[in-house]
Design a protein around this ligand. Structure first.
Ligand code: GDP
Ligand code: GDP
Length: 455
């Protein structure tokens, strides 16, 4: 590295930064209008989230990456809530529940100016049951005079209330320090307990693609080993199912089986649930209704799984209903609409007839293998050396940026850091990714490539 003009410390830092595995997850929960979205904006340091959203507009993004004091984590925003037929307590509880399930720690936001309400108490009960670490945020303390309001919230029994003004940033630093203490380094919920245990599958897809039918099919024909883990207000959340002689954990199956019928906000619940399931899983089996045109909603779900860095299998369902013409158009749609996951293993199934159910497990295993692939540094650099010699980066401004060396900083999914002598264009990065995929068969997994440029 030093020979190539890189400072060794920079190199190590870059590798460490890129090498993180799955990030721990922080959920931000609370009643409507207490300032959750404002706080999430603060935490992620962008104005990207959702306070500006018009009421009734479905939010498709619920998970964001954040960093505080050099540590990275994910934030699940539950601010997209809308009051619906369930009534306020049940609705707040339902949305909080999905988020809490997927979280390693929770920020519970209360409006200090209003004080604790019955709805807040309902969420407190939920938090107690879930047993996850909680940081209590007494929001809307915009100045010193509000501190007394915050101290009343000791009565919730959740420990010290952190007086915060999400709007102005007051107190958010101290609160985030407490968040970091509460958050495990790695996501325990998702992975820590999974070591040596069953692999976790999130079966996701838009409504009516056949998720519950598929689950019933696989759980019905094979033996259902045991219903693990009681949900908080719902029944079993994660289910162990034996497939192909191996026990798998299907996460959030209750969400699949019992659909919450809501007039408003149903799409939002669906998004939140999908995001939560994806966070808890190692591999996402994305179910797509082959009989219908691939929709924006399908694409969003795919993007969610890719962004979360999960292994991915695409299952085209309702194959029993496809005639020759539809099959032809489906292939065209897959090419144009789902090009971003052309690397994902694919199965054409029918939950109704059981067609190709046996192909599901090999596809999942392939995707997980890709997800865990580690390329030895020597092999990677031999490959990069040949690639760069045969296909140099285009010359820009009289200079030719070169990839000098690289290393795989992490797995699950594979993450690479490449060190370059100048700015590497997006097209060339994509070219490198394509060639890496061809060479090392990262089937079924997103791969991350970051490029460090020599100063
Ligand atoms: P959510 O429904 O919990 O996501 O709440 P929002 O983030 O949408 O905030 C609801 C309202 O409270 C908005 O008008 C915010 O501007 C306001 N708000 C949020 N945080 C603060 C704060 O710290 N101080 C004050 N005064 N208002 C706030
Ligand atoms: P979910 O909302 O994704 O859980 O979808 P469901 O499992 O409830 O299925 C929605 C509808 O599609 C139901 O009427 C199912 O009977 C039907 N369905 C599911 N899978 C198949 C399939 O493979 N073939 C056919 N023909 N219908 C299916």
């Amino acid at each position: 590295a030093a020979e190539e003009g890189f400072d060794l410390e920079d190199v190590e830092g870059a590798i460490e930064a890129a090498g993180h595995g799955p990030l721990p997850v922080l959920a931000v929960v609370g009643r409507p209008n207490v300032g959750k979205s404002t706080l999430v904006n603060r935490i992620i340091g962008r104005r990207e989230a959702v306070v500006e959203d018009k009421p009734g507009v479905t939010r498709d993004r619920v998970t964001y990456e954040a960093e505080w004091a050099g540590r990275r984590f994910k934030v699940v925003d539950t601010g997209g809530w809308e009051q619906d037929v369930l009534g306020i307590d049940a609705s707040v509880a339902a949305q909080a529940e999905y988020a809490i399930e997927a979280a390693d720690a929770v920020v519970f936001v209360v409006d200090a100016k209003v004080g604790a309400t019955d709805t807040d108490e309902a969420v407190v009960r939920l938090l107690r049951k879930a047993g996850k670490p909680v940081v209590l945020c007494a929001n809307k303390v915009d100045g010193p005079s509000g501190e007394a309001d915050a101290s009343y919230l000791w009565s919730l029994g959740l420990g010290e209330p952190h007086p915060v003004s999400a709007l102005h940033g007051r107190g958010t630093g101290d609160m985030l320090d407490s968040v970091l203490e509460a958050l495990p380094e790695a996501p325990e919920q998702s992975f820590g307990t999974a070591i040596g245990g069953p692999r976790r599958i999130a079966l996701i897809g838009r409504p009516n693609v056949g998720k519950s039918s598929l689950l019933n099919k696989v759980a019905g024909e094979e033996r259902v080993v045991v219903n693990e883990m009681a949900g908080t207000t719902r029944d079993p959340v994660d289910e162990l199912i034996e497939l192909g002689g191996v026990t798998w954990k299907f996460v959030d199956t209750a969400g699949i089986r019992k659909r919450v019928h809501l007039q408003q906000g149903a799409d939002y619940y669906a998004s939140l649930r999908t995001a939560a399931a994806v966070e808890k899983a190692e591999v996402a089996v994305i179910l797509i209704d082959g009989s219908e045109s691939i929709s924006v909603q399908d694409q969003r779900i795919v993007t969610m799984a890719v962004d979360a860095g999960r292994a991915i299998v695409l299952a085209y369902n309702k194959w029993d209903t496809l005639d020759e013409e539809r099959r032809y158009y489906l292939e065209r749609e897959i090419e144009t609409e789902l090009g971003q996951v052309a690397w994902a293993p694919r199965v054409n199934v029918s939950a109704r007839t059981g067609r190709h159910m046996e192909k599901l497990v090999p596809a999942i295993e392939t995707a997980l293998a890709g997800w865990e692939t580690r390329v030895p540094t020597g092999r990677l650099n031999a490959f990069l050396g040949e690639l760069v010699a045969a296909h140099p980066h285009p010359i820009r401004g009289g200079k030719q940026p070169r990839i000098l060396f690289g290393t795989q900083a992490g797995t699950k999914p594979p993450r690479f850091v490449l060190f370059a002598s100048g700015f590497i264009e997006a097209g060339y990065r994509r070219f490198i990714e394509r060639r890496l995929r061809e060479e090392f068969s990262f089937e079924g997994t997103p791969i991350h490539i970051s490029v460090r440029v020599r100063e």
